[in-house]
Design a protein around this ligand. Structure first.
Ligand code: HEC
Ligand code: HEC
Length: 480
């Protein structure tokens, strides 16, 4: 990548809109959703499913992919208590936790692949797997949790041990499934090659209709099989800013700009909506003080997965993935941040964000699991820059944004407070005072409330409508 060429646009990478060009309005009377075709044989998918659930693969045994990505919660962490108390997930080794919340694995194989790159059309960094994009696609991704010391831990001296896994696979209960999927000679493959087969099978399962079925009420609605309630319809219009809910259609009177980043496809013939543009942003999510990761400072018991910074740890996000390509190591948040990527995270899919086994079940949200309900998430988007004094705005571009406030901020400070990175730091409309060439160009200029986050001026009723609509994105509403 040529840095000089990137700079002016990349300055805006993190405040980007991720808006892709609009296409003609969608007509409801013509269901036109093209479902993805199966990407592997039934045998490979069956193997992938068994691998996803196999608890003998971790070190020590007891943890599988499903332990952190369960269907009942839309393939995120299935323990309500841990979600509520900590927000992040424990690993196979007792006492170890990761620093991030497990995102959903559903639909991951369909997301934009490749190590994140700057996309001039979207005015954003896009692509990759994980909150920081460090895996180039779903297949590449599978290798990480298997070897991560704070997850399935198949490593020795900080080096992943494919042969450790290959041995377990060959002598384990899944050996016959491997042979059925890949032939009698599969175990004469090198351990690394066997890992590739394992990854291929798991991704085939992730892409299969069992994990990624596209059976939400929203899908039923698009296909003319369901009607949204008036509240859900209002929610859809606010979420998308569009009267029909499709990109490029007539604008609705207000927009919460959600689909700027959690995007929809312009043409459903290309496949159903994924509800993510795989783009990156620093929303200013508060630090999650309840994360056990802050206390994981013991280098003796966990030499490769411990947290050397202790309570000063700040998640670098996309910077940790991209900067090594330039030879920069963003060791501290106040070190070099030339592309303003520190603290930016991937916008996850909104599919299944509400899915939970029962109403009392608590899910955690965002990269660090700080938020515990969708109401809190939507309220945060609406009011991040507000205090309890009506009309007062927090301006994060000031050296001390909290210095002269009369009221109490509605939310704790951002985990990484850097105005250049933070989306819409002033909480004002992006149209006012935004430099030329900035993201304001991509926004609908006729919308007086054009701003992405911080001060959306949504009423409580409108916030509730957005949540009601997000519930329509849970799979299992109908059968195909
Ligand atoms: C200990 C809990 C845990 C286990 C076990 C686990 N994961 Fe994850 N998974 C996570 C966390 C946490 C993240 C986010 C990590 C990050 O962004 O750095 C994640 C991220 C992912 C993603 C990225 C999704 C996206 O949109 O970027 C996929 C796909 C995934 N995991 C699949 C798997 C598979 C397949 C397995 C089994 C081989 C697995 N996970 C095992 C916790 C876990
Ligand atoms: C500027 C881009 C952007 C806009 C606009 C945006 N989001 Fe997000 N969204 C993100 C990013 C980035 C994350 C992850 C941030 C993090 O973890 O720090 C996220 C995370 C979320 C999550 C958490 C999902 C999970 O699995 O933990 C939800 C829910 C969500 N957004 C809903 C919404 C809704 C509803 C709107 C509109 C009111 C919206 N988003 C607008 C970029 C955006």
């Amino acid at each position: 990548m040529d840095l000089a060429q990137l700079s002016p646009a990349a300055r805006w990478a993190s405040v980007a809109l991720c808006v892709l060009p609009g296409v003609a309005a969608f007509k409801l009377d013509k269901p036109a959703v093209n479902l993805p075709k199966p990407i592997a044989s039934a045998e490979v998918i069956a193997l992938g499913k068994a691998l996803f659930h196999e608890k003998g693969l971790s070190n020590p045994a007891g943890q599988a992919c499903v332990s952190c990505h369960d269907q009942s919660t839309g393939y995120t962490f299935p323990d309500s208590k841990i979600n509520e108390q900590h927000g992040v997930a424990p690993g196979a080794t007792a006492g170890r936790f990761g620093s991030r919340k497990p995102p959903s694995v559903a639909y991951a194989p369909f997301m934009r692949s490749g190590i994140p790159v700057y996309d001039k059309t979207a005015i954003a960094w896009v692509g990759g797997m994980f909150w920081d994009g460090r895996a180039k696609d779903a297949r590449d991704q599978v290798h990480f949790p298997l070897f991560d010391p704070n997850e399935m831990n198949n490593q020795l001296h900080n080096v992943g041990q494919p042969q450790m896994l290959a041995k377990k696979l060959k002598s384990g209960p899944l050996a016959p499934l491997f042979i059925r999927a890949y032939g009698a000679n599969v175990f004469s493959l090198k351990p690394e090659q066997l890992m590739d087969k394992l990854a291929e099978a798991i991704v085939a399962y992730e892409a299969s209709p069992e994990v990624s079925p596209f059976t939400s009420k929203y899908d039923a609605y698009l296909e003319g099989k369901a009607t949204l309630t008036p509240e859900e319809l209002l929610g859809m219009r606010l979420t998308t800013g569009s009267l029909s809910g499709r990109p490029g259609a007539l604008p609705f009177r207000k927009s919460a700009h959600c689909t700027d980043c959690h995007g929809l496809s312009n043409d459903l013939k290309n496949g159903p909506d994924l509800w993510t543009n795989s783009c990156y942003a620093n929303l200013g999510v508060p630090r999650n003080n309840a994360s056990p990761y802050f206390g994981m400072t013991d280098s003796k018991s966990n030499p490769h997965g411990y947290n050397p910074k202790g309570k000063d740890y700040i998640d670098m996000g996309l910077a940790a993935t991209i900067y090594p390509y330039y030879g920069w190591t963003p060791r501290t948040p106040h070190g070099p941040d030339p592309l303003q990527l520190i603290g930016t995270f991937k916008a996850p899919t909104l599919r299944n964000v509400d899915k939970r086994p029962n109403d009392k079940f608590v899910k955690s949200y965002m990269h660090n699991g700080y938020f515990k309900s969708l109401y809190d998430v939507v309220h945060f988007y609406n009011a991040r820059n507000l205090t309890d004094v009506p009309g007062e705005l927090i301006d994060y571009t000031k050296p001390n944004p909290y210095g002269s406030l009369k009221g109490k901020p509605l939310f704790p400070p951002p985990e990484y407070l850097e105005p250049n990175t933070l989306i819409n730091p002033t909480g004002l409309s992006l149209m006012r005072g935004a430099p030329k060439g900035g993201p304001s160009g991509a926004i609908n200029m006729s919308d007086p409330d054009a701003m992405q986050i911080g001060n959306l001026r949504l009423s409580k009723r409108e916030e509730d409508a957005i949540v009601a609509f997000l519930k329509c994105l849970s799979d299992g509403y109908f059968k195909r």
